[in-house]
Ligand binder design. Structure first.
Ligand code: ZN
Length: 411
């Protein structure tokens, strides 16, 4: 998805503001002698920005608009080191609300809905993001925040909440509680708007079936406004994102070069109209791809596929970038295989090999399924793995996250 002339004009305004503010990115531009970009090729030469740059700017080094225009800050949780502080102007808050309102509209939610918001309020962008958009839509907000399941379910019944905003794990917990308490008939939920953590198809189906609702995935990150920069529509063909506010490129995380539409890589985002803390070519380390073509809904907003993991999970085999989630997607298309698998990568006789261990039961022809899996990996990803089929129960299982990829090349 090449950057358009309209988007380039907006990027140039962001560049002017960053140079004027003389923050880390403004300095980087000055060092590179860049004062603007006139085409896509020049844009693709702009330096990237990273989470570490944002951390080093702590506390307010990202502030790009004059202080009197800043009305709020948000912060990402600093699990490692310093948190990142993002300043917002009134226009940024308003723009974010507009984008989120559009998300609700794409999910078919209206001002007659009652929106039950369970993500947290405070420094995080979660709860208040869901709320801003809902208020702009004119819907009734029920600002619960997280926790206190008894009260959640009471309010959900008494107020007749029709939309649930939650993380996937909390939505599942509520679904199970509703089932356990036998109160499903008192629940009026029709739709769920779920934060963009990576979640499996199985979990998705459980929430969908137990609550009997339609589910919508919302995308976003604190560094770029927060949740609400994209959502899937009812055709469920990927998440539409708002290309009038952000420009998305997908790059190869190793060569750092943009990849063609349809190819998997790292999501890199440029804000187009942000004032408080514009970001140019921000590396998210989230993996996805741009879905080529048009959605049956007719929307002109481009689409991102579901988030397939993080760049840290990437493996390079025979010169091809591979993500465990790609293998997982392929294995899922074989109903005769269990959900367990293991990938082992080794370097034998001067070349990389991938062995995939899969499980099935004794009634299946092991040799035939091994060949089918290998063929499908070859056609989808581009190299042939060795597929070893074992009996169900042979592969290791653990309560915590099972280690599925073992790279023996570096052991
Ligand atoms: Zn659509």
């Amino acid at each position: 998805m090449q950057i358009s002339n309209e988007q380039l004009a907006l990027v140039n305004k962001q560049i002017d503001a960053l140079i004027k503010a003389d923050n880390f990115y403004g300095k980087r531009l000055k060092e590179a002698g860049v004062s603007g970009v006139k085409d896509a090729a020049e844009f693709e030469k702009l330096p990237f920005s990273e989470k570490n740059d944002l951390r080093e700017a702590y506390p307010l080094g990202l502030m790009t608009a004059p202080e009197e225009e800043i009305v709020r800050i948000h912060s990402s949780s600093g699990t490692t080191g310093l948190p990142v502080i993002i300043p917002y102007t009134a226009k940024d808050v308003d723009d974010w609300g507009e984008m989120f309102k559009r998300c609700y509209e794409y999910a078919g939610i209206t001002n007659k809905d009652r929106i039950h918001i369970t993500p947290g309020y405070g420094l995080w962008t979660a709860g208040i993001g869901f709320q801003n958009g809902a208020e702009k839509l004119g819907a009734m907000v029920i600002p619960m925040g997280p926790g206190n399941t008894d009260k959640q379910l009471q309010m959900m019944q008494d107020l007749g909440s029709t939309v649930l905003c939650a993380t996937s794990s909390y939505a599942l917990l509520l679904a199970e509680e509703i089932e356990k308490r036998g109160i499903k008939d008192n629940i009026k939920l029709k739709k769920g708007v779920i934060g963009s953590e990576r979640w499996g198809e199985k979990m998705r189906n459980r929430i969908k079936n137990e609550l009997g609702i339609e589910l919508y995935d919302i995308y976003g990150l604190t560094e770029i406004y927060g949740p609400g920069i994209g959502i899937n529509c009812k055709y469920d063909t990927g998440m539409h994102y708002w290309d009038d506010y952000i420009y998305i490129e997908i790059i190869d995380p190793v060569t750092l070069k943009p990849v063609p539409d349809g190819e998997m890589g790292e999501i890199v985002i440029t804000t187009l109209v942000k004032e408080g803390a514009p970001l140019i070519r921000y590396r998210t380390h989230d993996l996805s791809r741009i879905i080529p073509g048009e959605c049956p809904c007719g929307s002109k907003h481009p689409r991102l596929d579901a988030i397939m993991g993080r760049t840290d999970d990437m493996m390079k085999i025979k010169g091809v970038n591979v993500f465990p989630s790609q293998i997982e997607e392929i294995l899922k298309t074989f109903p005769e295989l269990s959900s367990e698998y293991q990938i082992r990568i080794s370097h034998l006789d001067g070349k990389d090999t991938m062995r995939i261990y899969v499980e099935t039961n004794g009634s299946v022809d092991f040799a035939a399924i091994s060949k089918d899996v290998a063929d499908r990996v070859k056609s989808k990803i581009g190299f042939t793995p060795l597929v070893k089929v074992v009996e169900v129960g042979v592969l290791p299982r653990s309560e915590k996250k099972t280690k599925r990829v073992i790279d023996e090349r570096y052991e």
